[in-house]
Write a protein of this length. Structure first.
Length: 89
């Protein structure tokens, strides 16, 4: 879960997630939206993949990224359970 929170704490990664909320995008489309190097974008995308917040699929010469919400659903459930247990005491 540490990797999830690390991924979410960065503004660039949160912007990438917001872009993917609208629709799937290629690495080039994502990179074009930022004024940082392509290796930096690759780093952010890799960290988001490690956190299971996005997935990727090779399509010819392009890699298309998709938002994945399962890990967020699980984390929200865990947090809600903590709150519920705390409120019962």
């Amino acid at each position: 879960m540490d990797i999830l929170f690390k991924a979410l704490q960065d503004d660039t990664r949160r912007k990438i997630l917001n872009m993917l909320k609208e629709r799937d995008r290629t690495a080039g489309e994502i990179a074009a939206a930022f004024d940082i190097s392509k290796p930096s974008i690759s780093y952010h995308l890799d960290l988001l993949k490690q956190a299971r917040l996005i997935s990727s699929k090779k399509e010819g010469q392009f890699v298309r990224y998709t938002l994945e919400t399962t890990v967020l659903d699980e984390t929200i459930g865990w947090i809600m359970d903590l709150i519920s247990q705390r409120n019962k005491k």
